[in-house]
Design a protein around this ligand. Structure first.
Ligand SMILES: [Zn+2]
Length: 226
């Protein structure tokens, strides 16, 4: 099992992204005047600690918060490394983890047990907001989609959105047992309404894309819907 992390590459003014293995998952980083936010936490607590150290070395300010975009292992299983800071995630996440049929296999593959998992300390239903020191960031649940609890992280002053697995560039969108395809189309409609022609959308897997890519992926999903 390749458990590794690239360096953080810039996406805009004090916003970065990195890629973590396994699963080539995107990790986001947003810095403000007093602290930084990590978006998605990798596949195990030790990877979460590596992400945290790299984030602080890159941003030059302490990690004050982490958000998980949804409950899948490559985004969530590193969350315990952030237990002493504010952690955000949709309130459905703990239940979705326990219902996930692949949980035992994924834990075994990562050499973990349930005791290694953390739940978001600041669970929200619709949205959460935080200020990193003169830099507001919004976290919004756009409705059940790829999973019941997908959230996007919006950095208004950078015109940038971390979309989690609502958008995938590395391959086709991942339709799972608990996916709601009609919900996913509604969520992408809501996301598209928030995007302008210059908005950067950062997928959960793959390279940053633009509004036109998101619109094309919505069309792909609409064609996949029964
Ligand atoms: Zn996912």
């Amino acid at each position: 099992m390749d458990v590794s992390l690239t360096g953080f590459a810039p996406l805009g003014d004090r916003v970065w992204w990195a890629r973590a293995e396994p699963a080539s998952v995107t990790v986001g980083l947003v810095a403000g005047g007093t602290g930084c936010l990590v978006v998605d936490t990798g596949s195990c607590p030790s990877q979460g600690r590596a992400i945290r150290a790299a984030a602080e070395a890159t941003a030059g300010v302490p990690v004050v918060a982490a958000v998980v975009t949804h409950h899948h292992y490559d985004h969530l299983f590193g969350l315990a490394a952030f237990a002493d800071v504010a952690t955000y995630g949709h309130r459905s996440i703990p239940g979705s983890v326990l219902r996930h049929a692949g949980l035992a296999r994924e834990l075994a593959e990562m050499g973990l047990s349930r005791a290694d998992l953390a739940r978001p300390g600041r669970a929200f239903r619709r949205r959460a907001a935080l200020d990193l020191g003169g830099r507001p960031v919004g976290i919004t649940h756009l409705g059940p989609a790829h999973t019941p609890g997908d959230s996007v992280v919006i950095v208004p002053d950078a015109d940038l959105v971390f979309a989690g697995d609502l958008v995938e560039e590395a391959g086709p969108p991942s339709i799972e047992l608990d996916t709601s395809l009609p919900g996913w189309l509604r969520a992408l409609d809501r996301l598209l309404r928030r995007c302008g022609p210059a908005t950067t959308v950062v997928p959960g897997h793959g390279r940053p894309v633009d509004r036109a890519f998101v619109a094309a992926q919505r069309a792909w999903l609409a064609a996949a819907a029964p």
